[in-house]
Write a protein that binds this ligand. Structure first.
Ligand SMILES: Nc1nc2c(c(=O)[nH]1)N[C@H]1C(S)=C(S)[C@@H](COP(=O)(O)OP(=O)(O)OC[C@H]3O[C@@H](n4cnc5c(=O)[nH]c(N)nc54)[C@H](O)[C@@H]3O)O[C@H]1N2
Ligand SMILES: Nc1nc2c(c(=O)[nH]1)N[C@H]1C(S)=C(S)[C@@H](COP(=O)(O)OP(=O)(O)OC[C@H]3O[C@@H](n4cnc5c(=O)[nH]c(N)nc54)[C@H](O)[C@@H]3O)O[C@H]1N2
Ligand code: SF4
Ligand SMILES: [Mo]
Length: 678
């Protein structure tokens, strides 16, 4: 059977896998034995990643909505309509009446083209993507502290860590191949694991210390650890002196966070705070791993800054098996940020406020007048669409009806926007609201690159043809540009787009398809002979000195009260992917987790007289859903957990549209709800 080496479509681990086909359809997938991440293994999603592409419900023709019904149309007619509408809005209401949501499911080349289309052709910076909902706090926070917002170290370094502190990351479920590395290091090499998570996740079983904080109290316990570290003289004075600034301010801020106070705020026993501080600080090689439990808060940036403080105060950064390691979620969310699908930067995080950089892109793209003002973020775009400020909205490979906070608000906004284009591989819940739907090729049907969580730029390769008239996203975007009269977006192959990215983006400067080989290259890779970089901030931080930015503890936007007396936190399960467009079309995955549920603590279940599997109603100030309960010990008393995958009982009907003031990330991890038996 023909087999092709490619990269998994699901998570940011970026496993290498072979797809097998019979020439027409995909028939299987298996791991690459020598790949640096997968090393002969895949998780269940990787093994089954071939199935959804074959689904009979794939979009196969462009669709135009007429009298509320989708009618198949030609590419010519459909793109003609898109360009006519977008041109009209641009000319009548100005470029900022348009907005673009890009996609971390698509390639670097496609994200680069979407931002080029928005900026060079339509002259707006209203472009963003799901990183806003995900690691926006990381991009802002780690840039402020270190000068760069990416994972500081690499997956292969987990094996030599002495201590691994995991917080707000259900690693074995969401980054399984990293989860198994962590478990192996603990079991085979005796590394110590610290897990701090409001849910007793699988990794807690392997932990030397497991602590269960109240949701949304992270700054408090992190400041508490730093308090103990300084009080017990465990801080790295040489590192602080030589490589950082702002230590005195840190000292001043954390001196209030005694273990007693921290216990009061977080419910973590004070002895545990002391024990964790000692364990993390005393080891030479301590790694911090975090994900959405840290970022998805109105204090997301504060949380990230606090973790950066913790790493710097102990000197646990700048060499192998240390660092602050945000696990990036989508297969290509790292890359979508890297190539500039963000409202305030071009590719390589180059600021669009900087006139010289704008000039460089104007010359590279042969255009004039690139807009200098930062654009709107995801949630701002959706609200602006509802208010009529955005007239034309182009969504590629995102499903905000299910994934954005406060779904009822999103539904209202998307039903009111004048003209909505959705480009997807399936007719998603969001596509139902569209005026025009454009059918895309899946990851198995095109060439390109994804960048994984450890900054590894890897190839994906075409295995089969797309179904019907579906086209690769980069081809569709190029065609829109061409029809707008722009001549700078004709490419024969995505490798030419990568050459353009490299020419304009210093951190990708040395990357070419020829050089990527089977296992990719890790950026920064500035020149054609550079081998790539596994550890960041080695001799000095990207910004020079690392900056301590201490933050006080601030409670979440919504707290519980007499009526809404439960804290709801939301997240994911091992078997499903986000809005389930792909995993609900994969038999093995769908069989394992076919329906929505809410986790509740045994004591609460007893108080409320509800049994396992019983249907209950959960409501917030935004809406209500009905779903089955799972009674257990995973969450503490007073807390509920709902996976947000299921349209049948969408968790985001309940969540709150409150965002971090700087990163604009929504507070998906805390809101107040009530529970009723039905
Ligand atoms: N199977 C599967 N894998 C995925 C995905 C998927 O949909 N399905 N999505 C991918 C994407 S895009 C992402 S971003 C990642 C997300 O990966 P994770 O961040 O690991 O996943 P989540 O389930 O969102 O939440 C992580 C943890 O945060 C904890 N948590 C909740 N509230 C708090 C809090 O206040 N403080 C702290 N410290 N922890 C808290 C939860 O209990 C949970 O264990 O996963 C990626 N991998
Ligand atoms: N309550 C709650 N909500 C959350 C979160 C949470 O923890 N709790 N997490 C947030 C996070 S971290 C994230 S990343 C977001 C994810 O939110 P989304 O990005 O909206 O979720 P996905 O389901 O991954 O959407 C990807 C879409 O791309 C389509 N697609 C797949 N491949 C291709 C392709 O090659 N081309 C095109 N054009 N389309 C393609 C899929 O069919 C799907 O419709 O959800 C956020 N929402
Ligand atoms: S760990 Fe992530 S990249 Fe690897 S096979 Fe599983 S979903 Fe795919
Ligand atoms: Mo994410």
């Amino acid at each position: 059977m023909p087999r092709v080496l490619t990269t998994c479509i699901y998570c940011g681990c970026g496993c290498g896998l072979y797809l097998i086909s019979d020439g027409k359809r995909l028939t299987g997938a298996y791991p690459s034995r020598n790949h640096p991440v997968s090393r002969g293994a895949l998780c269940v999603k990787g093994w089954n990643s071939y199935e959804f592409s074959n689904d009979l419900n794939r979009l196969t023709a462009p669709l135009i909505k007429k009298d509320g019904k989708f009618i198949p149309a030609s590419w010519d007619e459909t793109l003609g309509l898109v360009v006519e509408k977008f041109k009209h809005y641009k000319n009548t209401f100005g470029p900022d009446s348009l907005a673009f949501l890009s996609s971390a499911k698509t390639t670097n080349e496609e994200n680069f083209l979407m931002m080029k289309l928005a900026r060079a052709v339509f002259k707006t910076n209203n472009i963003d993507h799901c990183a806003r909902l995900c690691h926006a706090s990381t991009v802002v926070g780690l840039s402020l502290a270190f000068g760069g917002g990416a994972m500081t170290n690499s997956i292969n370094e987990f094996k030599d860590a002495e201590v691994i502190l995991v917080t707000g990351s259900d690693t074995t479920a969401q980054h399984p191949l990293i989860g198994s590395r962590i478990i192996n290091t603990v079991k085979d090499k005796g590394a110590k694991l610290i897990v701090i998570d409001p849910r007793e996740i699988q990794l807690a079983k392997y932990a030397t210390i497991y602590a269960q904080p109240k949701c949304g109290t992270d700054v408090a316990w992190i400041n508490g650890l730093i308090y103990v570290i300084i009080a017990e003289d465990l801080h790295d004075k040489k590192f602080i002196e030589e490589r950082t600034e702002g230590f005195l301010e840190l000292k001043r801020t954390v001196r209030d966070y005694t273990p007693e106070l921290v216990e009061e705020i977080t419910t973590i026993p004070k002895e545990k705070i002391i024990e964790i501080a000692r364990l993390y600080a005393k080891a030479r090689k301590s790694m911090i791993v975090y994900s959405m439990g840290i970022t998805q808060h109105t204090t997301g940036v504060d949380n990230v800054l606090s973790l950066a403080n913790l790493a710097m105060v102990t000197g646990h950064i700048g060499f192998a098996s240390t660092g602050v390691n945000p696990l990036r979620g989508q297969n290509n969310v790292q890359g979508s940020c890297d190539v500039g699908a963000l409202p305030d930067v071009y590719s390589g995080y180059q600021s669009l406020v900087d006139g010289d950089i704008r000039k460089k892109f104007e010359q590279g793209w042969r255009v004039e007048g690139l807009p200098p003002k930062a654009g709107l973020t995801v949630t701002e775009i959706i609200s602006a669409a509802g208010e009529g400020r955005i007239k034309g909205l182009y969504i590629m490979g995102e499903n905000p009806i299910i994934s954005d906070p406060d779904s009822n608000h999103v539904r209202k906004c998307l039903s009111e926007v004048e003209f909505l284009v959705v480009q997807d591989i399936f007719l998603s819940d969001t596509a139902e609201y569209a005026d025009v739907v454009l059918p895309s090729a899946s990851f198995a049907e095109k060439d390109g690159t994804f960048t994984n969580t450890e900054r590894r730029v890897e190839r994906i390769r075409k295995v089969i043809d797309p179904p019907g008239q579906a086209k690769a996203d980069w081809q569709i975007l190029s065609e829109v540009a061409r029809r707008m009269g722009y001549k700078g977006m004709d490419y024969k192959h995505p490798s030419e787009i990568m050459d353009e990215i490299a020419s304009l983006t210093p951190i990708y400067g040395g990357i070419t398809y020829d050089r990527l080989g089977p296992y990719g290259l890790q950026w920064p890779c500035p020149t054609k002979d550079h081998p790539g970089t596994s550890v960041l901030h080695k001799e000095k931080f990207t910004k020079g000195k690392g900056t301590f930015m201490p933050r006080p503890y601030i409670p979440p936007a919504e707290s519980t009260d007499e009526e809404y007396n439960f804290v709801l936190t939301t997240g994911r399960v091992y078997w499903h992917w986000h809005t389930r467009t792909m995993t609900n079309r994969t038999s093995t995955l769908e069989r394992e987790a076919p329906e929505p549920y809410v986790e509740i603590n045994c004591e609460d279940a007893e108080d409320l007289q509800i049994r396992d599997d019983q249907l209950i109603k959960v409501s917030s100030r935004r809406g209500a859903i009905t779903l089955k309960v799972r009674v257990g010990h995973k969450v503490a008393k007073g807390t509920l957990f709902i996976p947000f995958h299921y349209r049948e009982a969408a968790a985001n009907i309940l969540t709150i549209l409150a965002v971090d003031p700087i990163a604009k990330i929504p507070e998906y991890k805390v809101c107040a709800v009530k529970v009723e038996k039905i």
